[in-house]
Design a protein around this ligand. Structure first.
Ligand SMILES: NC(=O)c1ccc[n+]([C@@H]2O[C@H](COP(=O)([O-])OP(=O)(O)OC[C@H]3O[C@@H](n4cnc5c(N)ncnc54)[C@H](OP(=O)(O)O)[C@@H]3O)[C@@H](O)[C@H]2O)c1
Length: 386
């Protein structure tokens, strides 16, 4: 593997720093941690460099502001790849412009419809520039589509694959309030579409009809989960044409948050779409601090049904991790390993869940610390069980 330089925008934030640790361990890449605060960037780089000899130091800290194209262009000089791990979806255009101008490949971990629309508007430019842009990377977005594609490898014909997750960060908060404001903004775009009987439809918001109840295993137990549209799921029925049912569901972790705070955020944004963002972000901050309760960690599950060798088959795959931020960056590092080896270094705009080799990804995700449990039942039909 020739030595590449990877710049992490938001490199000393929770996601950025966790990723930097993994990339130092798993690759020979040089890293640049970038953000708006020079002292924090240099200090984090200093600590990451401690295990290395003076002439082998691989990490530097740098100032870059996603809001400023010129600052980004300067930061991207000599860089091969930028990972966007900052709550800067409002500046997607600036980051894309600078990456294309300097000739840098790209990956982001952000969850934002606006960012996706901006990237899609630049799709032709990305292709013409011969760049590889990977979006919707991380835990979710990121893993659900990859795990459904992985599940499909266990079947001759998979007709059902439902992904669900539980997230309890245990009071670990984003380092920048901007990240929380970005999170609040995204409530405006919350959609609850599910794919059933071969078509997408909006889930019922007034009844429990489309809620999903599933067992996340010994750590998290049985939970009710609400439908949440993830863009990476939308293409799955095209990628796996036998699918009749799919979707993504998010579990209830805190009754006060699910039934009090989140509806309040939605309501606040409806009446004051701009003015409410900061007060609601602060409310979210304090609620995360005060309402935290174990068990902490994250889980992602896919329940699938289909046929193998002429027999009905049920499959359950659960990935868990004690640390939500590690579970965010493990798939990113696993994806970057495939990129650095060249197997997915393709020009164009891709979602992580569609681009990666799913079998290799899950192998690396487990190797890098996630716990994987798989349960198969052959000759058992879900219909006959009910
Ligand atoms: N896909 C997934 O599963 C997943 C999971 C978790 C988080 N995320 C996403 O990851 C992103 C980061 O989350 P986090 O919790 O790691 O955030 P965080 O701890 O708050 O870190 C954000 C970092 O971005 C930097 N930053 C903020 N504004 C910037 C700007 N204008 N220019 C350059 N750097 C800037 C911050 O430093 P300064 O403020 O000093 O500049 C900080 O280092 C968010 O978009 C979040 O939604 C995705």
């Amino acid at each position: 593997m020739s030595q590449k330089t990877i710049l992490i925008l938001g490199g000393y934030g929770n996601t950025g720093l966790a990723l930097a640790h993994l990339l130092l361990q798993e690759t020979n890449a040089r890293l640049i941690l970038a953000g708006r605060n020079r002292k924090k960037a240099e200090n984090s780089a200093y600590h990451l460099n401690i295990p290395f000899e003076p002439n082998e130091k691989r990490v530097t800290g740098l100032v870059a502001d996603a809001a400023n194209v010129e600052s980004l262009k300067q930061a991207f000089q000599g860089v091969d790849f930028v990972v966007v791990a900052s709550g800067t979806t409002n500046y997607a255009k600036e980051v894309i412009t600078a990456a294309l101008a300097i000739g840098v490949d790209y990956l982001d971990v952000q969850y934002s419809r606006e960012k996706l629309e901006t990237l899609r508007a630049w799709k032709d430019d990305i292709e013409q520039a011969g760049r590889c842009f990977i979006t919707e990377a991380g835990f979710h977005p990121g893993m659900p589509a990859a795990l459904v594609r992985y599940a499909a490898t266990f079947f001759d014909c998979m007709d059902q694959a439902v992904a669900s997750s539980v997230v309890n960060l245990g009071g670990t908060l984003p380092k920048s309030m901007d990240t929380l404001y970005e999170f609040v903004e995204e409530f405006k775009n919350y959609d609850s579409y599910i794919f059933k009987e071969g078509g997408w439809r909006e889930a019922s918001s007034t009844t429990m009809r489309d809620m999903y109840r599933t067992d996340f295993g010994p750590e998290f137990g049985k939970r009710y989960c609400a439908p949440m549209l993830l863009e990476e799921m939308v293409a799955l029925p095209e990628i796996i044409p036998t699918l009749r049912e799919t979707g993504f569901y998010i579990a209830d972790t805190n009754l006060v948050a699910s039934w009090g705070l989140f509806p309040l955020i939605m309501l606040g944004l409806k009446f004051w779409p701009k003015r409410a963002v900061k007060p609601l972000g602060k409310l979210l901050y304090w609620s995360y601090k005060l309402l935290k309760a174990p068990p902490y960690g994250v889980a992602l599950k896919v329940e699938a049904h289909g046929e193998k060798d002429g027999k009905a088959k049920d499959l359950e795959i659960i990935l868990t991790h004690k640390d939500g931020y590690m579970f965010t960056v493990i798939p990113v590092a696993a994806c970057l390993l495939q990129y650095l080896e060249g197997s997915i270094q393709k020009q164009g705009l891709w979602m992580l869940g569609h681009l990666v080799d799913p079998t290799r990804l899950i192998y690396d995700v487990e190797r890098l610390g996630a716990t994987l449990r798989t349960r198969e039942q052959i000759g058992f039909s879900r219909d006959s069980a009910h």
